[in-house]
Design a binder for this molecule. Structure first.
Ligand SMILES: Cc1cc2nc3c(=O)[nH]c(=O)nc-3n(C[C@H](O)[C@H](O)[C@H](O)COP(=O)(O)OP(=O)(O)OC[C@H]3O[C@@H](n4cnc5c(N)ncnc54)[C@H](O)[C@@H]3O)c2cc1C
Length: 393
């Protein structure tokens, strides 16, 4: 367990240690992979087992299930440090450790936890979550076409899921589907689907502008047979599982923005000090200094808000997410972090001049990471809908 809990904006000694140790690991082990992952859209096959062996999976999962026995705040710190050095790994990590593993632990039965969590925490199996569909993005529940029909002790899944992080490499996928048949009509179920399973295929691996090392796929289910015992929560509780999971996911996306922006600021300071024009470092020009000062303020406000909301999310009672104050706060945190990241990276590239416009530079790679975090886990517009609905309730 964590020692004395730090305040909203500050870290306890143990939390600082987690951040620093992960930073050292990510710098040494993950940073050297980043350029090739981006250039070739390459995912190193052994990466999840290496993360597991080094103790960087199952951060907020009890040790009894093979996890690290820490909390969601510590998981956010691990994510922040990974994002500084390899944000593609950070995205795949959050899809595995939060969207799949944390969700499975929160909502799974004891039997499901014992069956799936140890392998996921060791990184022997890779996790993912499949909600979005070709016709169901922001309206994920209302427009959901993927169905699950009861067939004896199983369900038969049919449908297509799109833009699924870790889709090409996942072994355990939490899939949301509309339950059809008798009284269950129009409710949603969450299923743990294993790969390989007959009727479950990766239709295509998708090519992206940013986070290119993190593999993304379209998944297809054709009469895919899933045991009823693999349903997460009770039949019809899928919407609660989904909405609660999205709040936790939003709290956990802000640390990715924070880590990326910290790195962008460090790179910009370094470049401003070394790049010479008019016979002096560009850092001597007031307009460059102004940009650095504004970037710093953005990073620090992002840090405070991110940590505050993460602490609140870490304190959530089971089943309490998906509504009320935390629903509003997590949407606000990720909306602020993602939009601020846009501005920080815009200025970072500007400081780097033409060099920042070159695809192969690190700052360009970071710049291409903008936009996704304004789109994934509910777009900026959806976040505004959530915040305003809660304000006006
Ligand atoms: C790289 C990547 C990884 C992803 N990983 C996953 C994953 O692992 N699992 C998963 O399930 N999904 C994943 N997603 C999907 C992501 O969550 C969706 O892209 C997102 O929810 C938006 O859906 P959409 O793309 O269909 O956009 P749409 O919903 O079609 O939205 C298009 C535009 O219309 C706006 N809009 C829609 N409705 C409204 C409204 N009511 N009011 C105002 N504006 C509105 C949106 O804000 C947006 O600007 C991923 C996406 C990407 C790009």
């Amino acid at each position: 367990m964590l020692d004395s809990v730090g305040s909203a904006g500050e870290l306890s000694r143990q939390e600082q240690q987690i951040l620093d140790e992960t930073d050292r690991f990510a710098r040494g082990e993950l940073y050297p992979l980043a350029a090739r992952m981006d250039r070739e859209e390459w995912w190193p096959d052994d990466l999840f087992t290496r993360l597991g062996a080094a103790g960087y999976l199952g951060i907020d999962i009890p040790e009894a299930y093979g996890g690290q026995g820490l909390d969601l705040f510590a998981a956010g710190l691990v994510l922040q440090a990974i994002a500084r050095w390899n944000h593609a790994v950070a995205l795949s990590w959050v899809a595995h450790d939060n969207l799949c593993v944390d969700n499975l632990h929160r909502n799974g039965s004891e039997e499901q936890r014992l069956r799936f969590l140890p392998g996921l925490c060791r990184g022997e199996s890779v996790g993912a979550l499949a909600l979005t569909e070709p016709g169901a993005g922001s309206d994920a529940i209302g427009s959901m076409r993927t169905t699950a029909r009861r067939d004896g002790d199983d369900y038969l899944l049919n449908g297509t899921k799109l833009y699924i992080t870790n889709g090409p490499i996942a072994h355990v996928v939490i899939v949301y589907a509309r339950l059809i048949g008798d009284r269950e009509e129009r409710t949603v179920g969450a299923f743990i689907v294993e790969r390989p399973s007959p009727g479950f295929a990766v239709a295509q691996k998708l090519s992206k502008m940013g986070f290119r090392g993190s593999p993304t796929a379209e998944l297809v289910f054709e009469n895919c047979r899933v045991p009823a015992a693999n349903m997460l929560g009770e039949a019809g509780q899928g919407v609660a599982v989904l909405m609660g999971g999205l709040d936790v996911e939003r709290a956990m996306i802000s640390p990715i923005c924070l880590g990326i922006c910290e790195r962008a600021l460090a790179l910009s300071i370094e470049y401003a000090k070394t790049r010479q024009q008019f016979g002096q470092p560009i850092a001597s020009f007031q307009m460059i200094r102004s940009k650095l000062a504004e970037m710093y303020v953005s990073v620090e406000t992002m840090r405070s808000f991110t940590y505050r909301v993460l602490r609140e999310a870490a304190r959530l009672e089971p089943g309490a997410a998906g509504r009320g104050e935390i629903h509003k706060l997590t949407a606000a945190s990720v909306m602020y972090a993602a939009e601020t990241m846009n501005r920080v990276l815009d200025e970072a590239v500007q400081i780097h001049g033409g060099n920042g416009y070159m695809w192969e530079t690190e700052i360009n790679r970071l710049f291409r990471a903008t936009k996704l975090l304004e789109i994934g886990a509910g777009t900026t517009e959806v976040r505004k809908l959530i915040i305003s609905e809660e304000l006006l309730r």
